[in-house]
Ligand binder design. Structure first.
Ligand SMILES: [Zn+2]
Length: 401
């Protein structure tokens, strides 16, 4: 989904082998200040503190969901560990930066909530998963992490063994001889015993050791922990920044839709992303069910779809045509037995397999032409109700001839 496509161009778009997650990876793999959207004033202040040698030994990056507090804390850690930091960002080239590209710098220690069990009491088992997930989605929240761990009904927690592990790791000598950073993601999920253990470490700070707590709920932390950390308040993103982030993530998202999602998101990028994806999912269901009605020559049903489409608004109608073209192209790739190029999951994948079996060269060429022509006519303000009814008959003819 989300393919860049010009309906009226002569050529099929270049085949893009990357799926959505890989595209995210391409955009965000390097946790640099310059790659993190918005938060300009805060970034400048964080960088200024390090450059002036004022690094409080414990800081709490407190921000609402989708604000980017985790990404900022990681960029901050990277800047501190970078061997040749510039005035506005890490160098991106030094060995420390290269290690941070994978979040695998030996002086960056990571702690996060897990499903505690008899067998698993510390984070190490999941560190590789956590890194990979953060590199895909640096705006990670607890729900996404829980999904990754596949434990819908389990509770994420940080037990006393994780706190003990933090103490142990900080007793090690710094690998690079400089700073050691301990990032604690969602410290509000610590058990009382873990929190008390953490408090002890914070009470007796070691030199050149930095604690970065990253969370969303200050009132669930011990007041004594809060009083020992400097608060870094990360505000919700500005609407314009959310809009820009959506457009960077989804090639096919219309600027109008990006703006609508941004406005409704309340500055929560994850919420905006969920809305943008839902909008694509709705397009899929509409397009699939309409196509089935056409194929079955269920005239009454096709007419109902045409009326529904007619009410959707011009941009959404055009999105539907572009989405249809994308789906047909995916079905063709499936039919041509190059499924490795098919970017479809779940229901969409199922559809692509079944529909691919129905396609031949003539049908594909015909469908392409019909949808592209419809797109052009929509741009020229054709009557959508007439257009979609007409299109339904033509598609029936193509698929049944
Ligand atoms: Zn560097």
């Amino acid at each position: 989904m989300g393919q860049k496509y010009h309906a009226y161009s002569e050529h099929w778009p270049e085949v893009d082998q990357t799926g959505r997650h890989e595209r995210m990876l391409r955009c965000f793999a390097i946790v640099l200040f310059s790659r993190i959207i918005g938060q300009t004033a805060l970034k400048a202040r964080l960088i200024g503190n390090i450059r002036e040698g004022r690094v409080p030994h414990a800081q709490f990056f407190l921000g609402p969901r989708g604000s980017g507090n985790l990404a900022l804390a990681l960029a901050y850690a990277r800047y501190l560990l970078c061997e040749a930091p510039g005035v506005a960002d890490s160098c991106g080239e030094c060995p420390a930066c290269k290690q941070m590209d994978k979040l695998a710098h030996p002086d960056l220690h990571l702690s996060f909530p897990i499903f505690l069990s008899e067998k698993v009491k510390t984070c190490d088992t999941f560190t590789a998963d956590w890194r990979a997930l953060v590199l895909k989605e640096p705006f990670l929240d607890a729900a996404i992490w829980r999904d990754q761990l596949e434990g819908e009904n389990k509770q994420l927690r940080m037990g006393v063994n994780i706190a003990a592990d933090i103490t142990r790791k900080l007793s090690l000598k710094a690998y690079s001889g400089g700073w050691k950073v301990m990032l604690v993601w969602l410290p509000e999920m610590m058990d009382a015993s873990a929190a008390n253990k953490l408090l002890k470490v914070l009470e007796e700070p070691e030199p050149r050791t930095l604690f970065l707590l990253v969370g969303t709920e200050a009132d669930q932390l011990l007041p004594t922990i809060l009083s020992r950390t400097q608060l870094v308040k990360v505000p919700a993103l500005a609407e314009a920044d959310v809009e820009q982030a959506l457009l960077a993530r989804y090639d096919d998202l219309k600027p109008e839709d990006a703006r609508a999602c941004a406005v409704r998101s309340g500055g929560d990028l994850l919420e905006a992303v969920a809305m943008a994806e839902k909008s694509e999912e709705e397009l899929f269901v509409l397009f699939r069910d309409w196509l089935r009605a056409c194929y079955g020559l269920r005239v009454h049903e096709a007419a109902e779809f045409s009326e529904h489409f007619a009410k959707m608004g011009r941009e959404r109608q055009k999105s539907l045509m572009r989405y249809g073209l994308h789906l047909i192209r995916m079905s063709l790739l499936q039919a041509e037995r190059v499924p490795q190029l098919v970017r479809a999951v779940g229901q969409e994948q199922d559809f692509v397999q079944k529909f691919g079996a129905l396609l031949n060269e003539r049908r594909v060429a015909g469908l392409r032409e019909e949808l592209e022509t419809a797109h052009v006519h929509l741009e020229r303000n054709a009557n959508p109700k007439v257009l979609f009814m007409d299109l339904s008959y033509r598609v029936y003819g193509l698929l049944r001839a």
